[in-house]
Design a protein around this ligand. Structure first.
Ligand SMILES: [Cu+2]
Length: 236
């Protein structure tokens, strides 16, 4: 329940930070999928620029782009064809759903921060921050174009700093034993899949502000043969 509220608040925040662009309604990436693919970026923070060409051959050039987690990318998109094209970032699921809506409403115009729609010869930009490791898809959702294969993917390589923090939930706190039971996601640095497990804590003061049921992000290492939480923060 707490988590649901938290996610709702986060979603509201994301919508707030991208207002002015989606007054007419929400499209893919503008609402619940935004945090799955990243967040609108600030041009001044762009760590790199990627040029993408859109052609009447129904292709993006390049169609595969590698970035690092945390990167804010300024996409400079050029439509070198004679048809209208667009580049929309999203999960495959969100793109497909959006495409169905586009097919039913061919004249529909949209202007969310995760997309740019361009007439022949035009150049436009998307500034996007990739906050999660994994794959972020993109596609042209103009009727027929997506089906013709006008799609691509951004591969977001996890950064070491971000990968250190693992998501978890507190199941039990043992202050006397300086122990913490956590249901956690995969711990890459320890080569361990997600499970519920007892950890030592490096500093017992870590336990002062935590409660059973808290969602947390944490870092763990093997110290003296024991799995030990070296850093932890509640996600509220
Ligand atoms: Cu197109």
């Amino acid at each position: 329940m707490k988590n649901t509220l938290c996610n709702t608040a986060l979603a509201a925040l994301l919508v707030l930070t991208s207002t002015g662009t989606s007054a007419g309604g929400n499209h893919a990436g503008g609402h619940d999928h935004a945090d799955a693919i990243g967040a609108p970026g600030i041009a001044a923070n762009a760590t790199r620029t990627v040029n993408v060409e859109m052609t009447d051959a129904m292709r993006f050039n390049p169609s595969g782009i590698d970035v690092k987690q945390g990167d804010t990318v300024r996409f400079v998109v050029t439509n070198s064809g004679k048809l209208k094209h667009e580049l929309v970032l999203g999960t495959e699921e969100a793109l497909k759903a959006h495409y169905e809506v586009m097919k039913k409403n061919p004249g529909m115009e949209h202007a969310d921060p995760n997309m740019v729609t361009l007439a022949a010869g035009q150049t436009g930009e998307i500034v996007w921050q990739f906050t999660k490791a994994g794959k972020v898809n993109f596609a042209c959702l103009q009727p027929g174009h997506y089906e013709a294969g006008m799609k691509g993917a951004v591969n977001v390589e996890g950064s070491a700093a971000a990968a250190e923090l693992t998501e978890g939930e507190i199941r039990k706190i043992d202050k006397d034993g300086k122990k913490l039971t956590l249901k956690h996601g995969p711990l890459k640095n320890l080569d361990m899949p997600g499970m519920t497990m007892v950890f030592q804590v490096k500093d017992e003061a870590m336990l002062d502000t935590l409660q059973v049921g808290d969602k947390v992000r944490f870092e763990a290492e093997k110290i003296g043969g024991k799995f030990t939480v070296t850093r932890i923060e509640a996600v509220r």
